[in-house]
Design a protein around this ligand. Sequence first.
Ligand code: HEC
Ligand code: HEC
Length: 314
Amino acid sequence: MPPFKLPSHFPSPLYSFDKNPLSNQGISLGRRLFFDPILSKDSSIACGSCHHPSQAFADTGKRFSRGIAGQFTKRNAPGLFNLLWQREFFADGGVRHFELIPLAPLVNRQEMQGDLQELLGRLNKNTSYKQQFSQVFDTDSLQSKHLLYALAQFMGSLISATSRYDQYVQKKLPLSDIEQQGLTVFKQKCSTCHQISNQLFTDLSYRNIGLDSVLLDVGRYNITERKEDKGKFKVPSLRNVLLTPPYMHDGRFSTIDEVLTHYTKGVKHTPTLDKGLRNNTGSPGIALSLDERRAIKAFLHTLTDTAFIRKHHK
Ligand code: HEC
Ligand code: HEC
C-alpha cells in the first residue's frame, strides 16, 4: 500500500519517488528531521520553526521569519504543500531540484548556518537516528542523500487537495451563490496566472505584478540575470491563502483586501510589468467592483483545507 494517495483530480506529479522509494517509515523520519533543531548549527532552529503545520506550513503573521541568533530571513516564508507538482522552488525559482531544497535553508547564514558534514557526523553519532535511517534506507553509513531523501518523502507527503473547492470540483458539494460568483470573476481576472485548470492555482511562471517602481529585490533576475526578468516572482498558489498572511515575497500586505487594492489601484508601471496588468486606458491594474471584490474573497475561503491542517497538526 502506498503511504499516501495522489489526488485523482490532479495532474501527474513532476517528482517521482523512483530513486527514493516512499514508505511510512521514510515519511516519519523526514517529519522527525523537519521538526528537529538538531539540523541547525547551534541546535536552536528547525524547519518547523518557520513552517508551522497549523498555518499550512507558513509563518503566519510574520513578514520575515527569524532564523539562527534572531536574524531575519530575506523573504516571507510561504506555506508548503503540493510541492511534488512544482518545477522550481523559492520566489525566484533558485532551486531546481525537489530533493535539494533543504540544502538552501540548512546552510543559509540567516536561517540554520549548518554544515552538512558536521551535521552528518552528529546524526551518525545519534543511535536513535542511526537506527531509524538504517531501517528506512537499509544502510550502515548515513550519507547526505539519505537525509535529503527522508526530507523529500515528508515534504512530498504534504498534499492539500481536500478543501471545499476540491469537494466542489469532485461534485461532492455545491458552492454558495457568492462563492460561485467569485469563481467566475476569478476565472476572468486572476486565472491567467493563478491557473485553475491544473488545480494548483499557479501556472508556475514568473511575473512582475507592479509592486515597486524601484526594486529592492530583483526576484527572478537573481537567477537568470536577464533584464526582462527584473522584478518577476513566482506566481504563488492561492490554496490556503486565508491562513498565510502576510502576502507577497516580502509580506508587505497584511490582508486580502490590501492585495486586491494593489491589483485595482496600486500597480506601478515598469518595463517588465506583466502584459495582463497593462490596459489601454492608461492606468495599469485589474478593474474590480466592490461586489466582485466581495465575491473573490468568498471564493478564496473555499480554498482553505481544514482536513490537510488537521492531518499534519498533531
Ligand atoms: C528561518 C526560517 C526558515 C527555516 C528554518 C526554513 N525555512 Fe523554508 N523558507 C523560509 C523562507 C523565508 C522561504 C522563502 C524563500 C524564498 O522564496 O526565497 C522558504 C521557502 C521554502 C520552500 C519553498 C517553497 C516554494 O513554494 O517554493 C521550501 C520547500 C522550504 N522552505 C522547506 C524548508 C525545509 C525543508 C527546511 C528545513 C531544512 C526549511 N524550509 C527551513 C524560511 C525558513
Ligand atoms: C499577471 C499575473 C497575475 C494576475 C493576473 C494575478 N496575480 Fe496574484 N500574484 C501574482 C504573482 C506573481 C504573485 C506573487 C508576487 C510576489 O511574491 O511578490 C501574486 C500574489 C498574489 C497573492 C499573495 C499570495 C501570497 O501567498 O503571498 C494573492 C492573494 C493574489 N495574488 C491574488 C490574486 C487575485 C485575487 C487576482 C485576480 C484579481 C490575481 N492575484 C491576479 C500574479 C498574478
